[in-house]
Design a binder for this molecule. Sequence first.
Ligand code: PBG
Length: 344
Amino acid sequence: MAFPANRMRRLRRTETLRTLVRETRLTPESLVYPLFICPGTGVRKEVRSMPGVFNLSIDEAVKEVRQTRALGVLSVILFGLPEKKDEVATGAWAEDGIVQRAARAIKSEVRDVVVMGDVCLCEYMSHGHCGIVKMNERAEPQSLGAAAAAPPVTAEYEIVNDASLELLARTSVSLARSGVDVIAPSDMMDGRVGAIRAALDGAGFENTPILSYAAKFSSGFYGPFREAADSAPQFGDRRSYQMDPANVREAMREIELDIEEGADMIMVKPAMPYLDVIAEARNRFDLPLAAYQVSGEYAMIEAAARNQWIDRERVMMEALISIRRAGASMILTYYAKEAAKLLA
Ligand code: PBG
């Protein structure tokens, strides 16, 4: 049957009709709120490139979680800004680490909140990489001449995979011990889900789930986060461990391997530039699927809105519903609190 029997506009006539036939819904329960925990008390320091996002001391974070939870957001994910950084990421796995202390405070003061712990080393490493760094000796040219012009065969540095696993596993156990409910590794080392699963089980945390940042792309959209978490690499970039933005089949393979290693939930990150990856993951896998609307996605909306080039609330909600429509069951977003308010 064609026009005029068919008229698509019939069901768009009123807001009630539109709501009735809406295919995808956004609910506060599907949002996860990222928090950046810093030392001190009474600290609320706004991140320059992320207006409305703050570095929070533990006491302020507790208040923030209480408010967000009251709005129906069930979960937060914690990132830490340690007092000191070193070459073995001590701040990530120390019993009195900043995230460990924050998790204890939040779990004891706010009821029924799911606390996720981002597991990565970059915020705690003096060099800002997500694993242990090995500097390689540069092959010195033997003589001046043809050989001198040849580029070095080995890279100047390497992020060592296997040695980093032990630190990631240690960090995960330490977070679980401090009350973190979900371990979320974002480092992109190979084999980390398996290593973390084994370490958690060995320490008696066989019931602690893993949300794996399975398909995490090496993205320019992380720029503002690196300011927020003070985690920019001091040299080089993350292309040797995070994924190439051009690859979707490889993303499926990453996810598959993480599931084999024991991931309970999987994540695609960033979100809006990778909606096809989310959709493909949703089609192929039946685990709960999260997507991370990252700092750059947030910052772009904020910047355009400040210039009055877009309607901020409208674009924020449209971006979030698009991520849901693509297939994400959960969205990690800096808009969690605000979106929940609008949805109330
Ligand atoms: C840590 C980590 C990053 C993000 C989450 N965990 C940054 C990175 O990989 O450089 C990005 C989050 C965001 O941009 O909002 N590795």
